[in-house]
Design a protein around this ligand. Structure first.
Ligand SMILES: [Zn+2]
Length: 608
């Protein structure tokens, strides 16, 4: 019998032997609980996905027993149960079932083909025993294997141990007949486990993933884990990625691995999620670990956690020679285009976007482009601006990577979070000057970001153009309609569903239709003539109308015919390019070369 002061011993059995029911059977055995009242609490969210999802909704048939004797449990709140033990109860078991039929990297899924789960959906925390070790034994159909970041116990293929509850929650588990590929970096085992079938080339995927691992390792000077697991889900839709301490799950479309223009998005996803093992999993503000799983946790720094992860993810693809410099700059340029189209960039700051992620980014509505800005999208671009500004101030001796390395050395490598103010302080320390103005304007404020100013440090500038359908005309007579001339715009985005006419998705706050055409309106006609497809509408307006001209738009609104006269506005640029400036100085050229690790002359000559 353990002494009352010893940690109790917690062991879970996860039974997925009847996968067609989509129900996991869980048994938690607790040995050595002190007598008194205890709480079973299931998380309401899972780290990395900042959304309260109330996983307890899928729990049913919860029963407790002390030995053979049933033990009453009181369901005291949506995700908590209370029970009481006496001194003679050596062992308590908790049995329950969890319905798991949601495919997603942050969800749990069980069907005839595999079992996949995130701990937040399956595993109760008992009282506050976060620091205790948690055992997990998996009972699976014959032939099914396990892929997870958890440590196997004595090399047993179905028995794992998490050193504490946070690791238990942070280690998703894939069980099934997935294909497994391994490679070694720094004598550490990396496994890629692929569930679902698609058009991936395993040799290429392994080589590319290994190159990403090495490029990112070089940024930090080592790999802070014993082994790493990439779980890849291939299905009919992309479900994104979720980061963990020594693993990640990435959900891609099954045919996203060819051609290369699609596959590069897969590489971006893998590079992003892998970079998270430093940025957010180890380098993070104190609110992001250890986590409070019972409620929302608030930070104003998700732009640095997510945006900079996008930034360094792409940069590592360049350093790993998976992106060419031009491809990398085109990716950044397209982000500038997307950012500049969004009226919400002038409404919500990056720090507000981060703070409000629980109610805004993860719960978008049709007005979100007008009122919010994604901390991924703007955060990535701010990463670029900060990197270039630091390089400018330090003659390339400092960089944004150096900021991350210092945060990692001082906090991340010691397993602690930092106070939020430390971020700006560390940037200023590396740059050797104040960044108060930068933070006030572009992070805590909504000033438009002058990308040209920052890119100029590296001898680059931004070029914005318009896709004029008339420019494709070979007659050569474009009149006023050159590529540089703005074009007429209705100010809406539409989508085509089930072969119907286009339905309005967004009516832009800076567009001419904002108070006349609503999201959800089904567009029927322009000036009395039928609107057939989405692409047709845009092109028709650009080819046949002018800025300032009034057009009549006819639509169905909740099944009732309506119409509106719209004075056409000016379309935002639809192509943005980052190009070299003429006659770049030596300082500009060396900034470019240090930043992109690429030859300036090649960039300058290809632009001619
Ligand atoms: Zn991320």
């Amino acid at each position: 019998m353990p002494t009352p002061s010893a940690q109790p011993i917690f062991s879970y059995i996860v039974d997925c032997r009847n996968p067609g029911t989509h129900v996991y059977h869980l048994t938690l055995t607790i040995v050595g609980l002190t007598s008194g009242q205890h709480i079973l609490a299931l998380p309401v969210w899972t780290p990395g996905a900042y959304e309260v999802r109330d996983f307890a909704a899928h729990v049913f048939d919860l029963r407790l027993a002390a030995g053979p004797v049933p033990l009453p449990a009181h369901h005291q709140s949506k995700n908590q149960w209370i029970f009481e033990t006496t001194a003679d109860m050596a062992e308590v078991t908790v049995q329950y079932q969890v319905y798991a039929f949601q495919l997603g990297v942050a969800s749990s899924h069980l069907d005839q083909s595999h079992a996949y789960f995130n701990g937040a959906q399956l595993f109760f925390l008992v009282d506050d025993y976060r620091d205790a070790a948690w055992d997990v034994v998996i009972q699976a159909p014959p032939e099914w294997r396990v892929a997870t970041g958890l440590e196997p116990v004595a090399n047993h293929p179905y028995h794992y141990r998490a050193a504490d509850y946070d690791i238990l929650i942070d280690s998703p588990v894939e069980i099934g007949t997935h294909r497994a590929y391994t490679f070694m970096v720094d004598h550490k085992r990396h496994e890629i486990a692929i569930w679902g079938h698609g058009n991936e080339d395993p040799d290429v995927l392994v080589a590319d993933t290994e190159a990403i691992v090495k490029a990112q390792r070089d940024l930090f000077g080592g790999l802070p884990y014993d082994h790493y697991t990439f779980i890849l889900h291939l299905s009919d839709r992309a479900t994104g990625g979720l980061e963990h301490l020594n693993s990640t799950t990435c959900g891609t479309e099954r045919f996203a691995y060819r051609p290369r223009k699609n596959y590069r998005h897969v590489l971006q996803l893998i590079a992003h999620e892998f970079f998270h093992l430093w940025n957010v999993k180890r380098i993070h503000p104190d609110m992001l670990g250890p986590f409070d799983y019972q409620r929302e946790v608030y930070t104003r720094l998700l732009w640095a956690m997510e945006g900079f992860t996008d930034y360094f993810g792409d940069l590592s693809l360049l350093y790993a020679k998976r992106f060419s410099p031009q491809e990398y700059l085109d990716t950044l340029a397209d982000r500038i285009r997307r950012y500049e189209r969004l009226p919400g960039r002038l409404v919500q700051s990056l720090s507000e976007s981060s703070f409000d992620t629980w109610i805004k980014l993860y719960k978008p509505d049709s007005d979100s482009p007008n009122r919010t800005i994604s901390y991924y999208l703007k955060g990535d671009l701010i990463g670029m601006c900060l990197d270039l500004a630091i390089r400018q101030h330090t003659a390339n001796q400092g960089s944004l990577a150096e900021v991350l390395r210092r945060l990692y050395d001082r906090y991340g490598s010691r397993g602690i979070g930092f106070p939020e103010s430390v971020y700006q302080e560390t940037v200023e320390e590396v740059a050797g000057c104040s960044f108060a103005d930068f933070f006030r304007r572009y992070i805590d404020g909504t000033d438009p970001v002058p990308f040209e100013t920052f890119l100029n440090h590296a001898g680059l500038t931004v070029e914005r153009t318009y896709k004029n359908p008339a420019a494709e005309d070979n007659n050569g007579d474009l009149g006023q309609r050159t590529q540089d001339a703005p074009l007429p715009w209705l100010g809406i985005d539409t989508e085509v569903k089930n072969g119907h006419q286009p339905t309005v998705k967004v009516s832009y706050a800076n567009g001419p239709s904002v108070d006349k055409i609503n999201p959800g309106d089904r567009l029927l006609a322009l000036n009395g003539y039928e609107i057939a497809t989405e692409a047709g509408l845009d092109e028709r307006i650009r080819l046949n109308h002018t800025i300032g001209e009034v057009v009549e738009v006819t639509f169905f609104r909740r099944g009732q015919l309506g119409s509106a006269a719209i004075r056409l506005g000016t379309a935002p640029p639809d192509t943005v390019k980052i190009v070299p400036v003429k006659d770049a100085s030596e300082a500009q050229q060396s900034c470019y070369q240090a930043w992109l690790r690429a030859d300036w002359q090649a960039a300058a000559s290809s632009a001619k």
